[in-house]
Design a protein. Sequence first.
Length: 499
Amino acid sequence: MTSILNQPIDIERPLREWLDSPRRMLVGGEWVNARSGKTFASEDPGTTEALAHVPAADAADVDDAVQAATLGAKKWQSFAPAQRANVLWKAGELIHQHSEELAQLESLDTGKGISAARAIDVPFTAENFKYLAGWATKLSGETFGISLSDADWHAYTLREPAGVAAGIIPWNYPLAQASFKIAPALAAGCSIILKPAEQTPLSALRLGELLMEAGVPAGAINIVTGFGDSAGAAIARHAGINKISFTGSTEVGKLILKAAAESNLKRVTLELGGKSPTIIFADADIDAAIPVAAEAIFGNSGQICNAGSRLYVERPVLERVLQGVKQYAAALRIGYGLDPRTQVGPLMSKAQLERVRGYVQGGIGDGASVYHGGFVDFDVPGYYFTPTILTNTAPTMAVVREEIFGPVLVAEAFDDPDEIEPIANNTTYGLAATIFTSNLARAHRLAGRLKAGAVWINCFGVFDPNLPFGGYKQSGIGREMARLGVEAFTEVKSVTIKL
Ligand code: ADP
């Protein structure tokens, strides 16, 4: 039995009271129960205890939310762009002001270390709202010349809000993911219905309160809590929704696209899974590369869509890199999320723990070797899994091909620098890739050849609201963040005038 770090900070009294009072969802400016009266528990994955109960929405509640959002869109569009910008900026300020409470809530609901929630999740969410506040006043069309000689012409495009938008998000970064959907939708002048993951509905509900306080009008923001196959499926099929932005598994992304096709062809953007390579050349600054490559897979307990889950190292430095990553992994502090020393929290759920265990077991069965980690029993009931490194893998193994979504790294050597491009691209995914080298020509050349939506060179996981993010191949459709992300919530209309 291995012990975890378990000296949690005391949670703030208002947050405790908030958790202990009945939680409702946000529809049309009101906090409501599901029409069915059904609820479900959101669990603390570090203890397996229920944190709070939230409404279990189904199709009837989604109908209500769409009605509210239809009115909400009209109201929101009656705000001048500068007024919308002010509201979004205020939302960012309120998130900053409630940083500690939000970090505690996020840590409780996901199990992630409070230190990471304070340093990454909450500030990024606040800054994303502020960044998108800027776009509310900057979306514009273009003017065009027309090549017909029989008259004088004036032609231009209008960039209009898509209408009623929906966001369906996963559980790994609930608050930040909520901001990736809500902030660009509102900046573009859409109303939005957000469905957080059933595992982590709480921070989205608190965010809904802050958005109302910031001045988002009733119906422009709706937060519907429920399961994927009921509330989620009803959203994906609803004919009153004009645009859906989904983040989650590739499997469910395909269901969303199918539901959109079979209903009203709502616009779809998808940010899906990955199996991203980290490539270390022998000429790299190896001491700098090791901790970054390790964080790329062990950060957030490996539950990151762009995790660097496949490590490829040029053979002369393989042993040094493997030893270094192993030492880094061994020193990581596994613990309860609310313990500020925790670097690796529990996995999200029992299902996730079983999935990760199943992959590691399967990899061993296929002939892979456990270089570090593997199966460790912990002295608490939470869903803890130790950082793990597998070697002696083959490209055909499930652990190399499929997204595990846990702290499990597969590591291999490569010999010829020219062979790494096909190896790295040998995946159905294409979300991200990381390259370590001191040869900039090589770095740029390879960056151009990798089929991935984000390439990080001598760094990993650098996210900025100003940088588009999304996937090639089965990692998704479209881009989030940046100008492209907000434009994804608009339609373009061309207007032609014969003068
Ligand atoms: P993960 O594997 O990370 O849990 P999922 O893709 O299963 O990711 O879930 C991501 C989000 O998609 C969650 O909010 C979940 O409720 C939702 N979801 C799951 N199944 C469906 C579905 N059939 N239709 C719409 N949404 C769904």
